[in-house]
Design a protein. Structure first.
Length: 255
């Protein structure tokens, strides 16, 4: 089982859609310093109001997490996971898989975990490249705070991929699965920082998993285990639950 998981992960890494996702992330990484060279005054004023901090590093982290990585995990997981099992069904491979010792729900779970691993690889690779690139291009760049904040965000990316896979497990058509996944994830990403803009809604917005991935923005100078570990655990549990729900949907195909 472990070897099959590893081989599936490697196969997914080599797919064209994965390279497309990598290209999008690389473009975003290279473009951010150009955007930050002259940030709009209203953006800087808003960040000062919301976070009480207008340092270049704070502006950068807001742009990187909310305007870049949150948007990326609203789109890339759909590319990676919205067709899981559905492609096999549409190409006529699913009946053959159903005759094998591995059940379709287990096959779905294996493929979903591979998609999550690929998303994690792309996310971590982007942050590692960014660590060197941003350190030279962003004034006042804080390597430790950047890595800590993006380590938490990684778990939000894994959840987004699990959720996209779960939708594929219940929706019968690949196009509909992609559209629903894009709508749901875009909505969650768009609402992720509402708690920072409207502190009275902070408790409610914590129900949004993408918000959990961006919590480090609230205290970049004091990031530690107390801030990072609880949302990481919550996002892992939510990811596991999403895969389990998707597997339950796929079970219908065995009937």
């Amino acid at each position: 089982m472990i070897r099959l998981q590893w081989l599936d992960y490697l196969a997914m890494l080599r797919e064209r859609k994965t390279w497309l996702c990598a290209g999008i992330l690389l473009y975003a990484l290279l473009a951010i310093p150009l955007i930050l060279a002259r940030p709009p005054a209203h953006v800087r004023d808003a960040i000062t109001t919301w976070f009480g901090d207008d340092r270049p590093f704070m502006v950068f982290m807001f742009v990187w997490i909310d305007l870049t990585m949150n948007k990326a995990i609203a789109f890339l997981p759909v590319v990676l996971a919205s067709g899981l099992v559905l492609r096999e069904r549409d190409t006529g491979i699913l009946p053959l898989l159903a005759s094998k010792p591995m059940s379709l729900p287990r096959y779905f779970a294996l493929r979903a975990m591979s998609a999550c691993a690929v998303m994690a690889t792309l996310h971590m690779g982007t942050q590692i490249l960014g660590l060197a690139y941003f350190n030279a291009r962003v004034p006042g760049f804080q390597s430790g705070a950047f890595l800590a904040a993006m380590s938490l965000h990684l778990f939000a990316a894994i959840f987004a991929t699990s959720l996209s896979a779960a939708i594929a497990g219940w929706v019968k058509h690949r196009g509909a699965s992609s559209l629903i996944g894009l709508f749901v994830l875009s909505t969650l990403a768009g609402l992720a920082l509402v708690g920072f803009y409207q502190p009275a809604w902070r408790g409610v917005t914590l129900a949004n998993p993408i918000t959990l991935g961006a919590l480090a923005l609230g205290d970049l100078d004091n990031i530690g285990p107390a801030l990072l570990v609880p949302p990481m655990i919550a996002l892992l549990l939510l990811s596991a639950a999403a895969i389990a729900i998707g597997a339950a949907g796929v079970r219908r195909m065995e009937a």
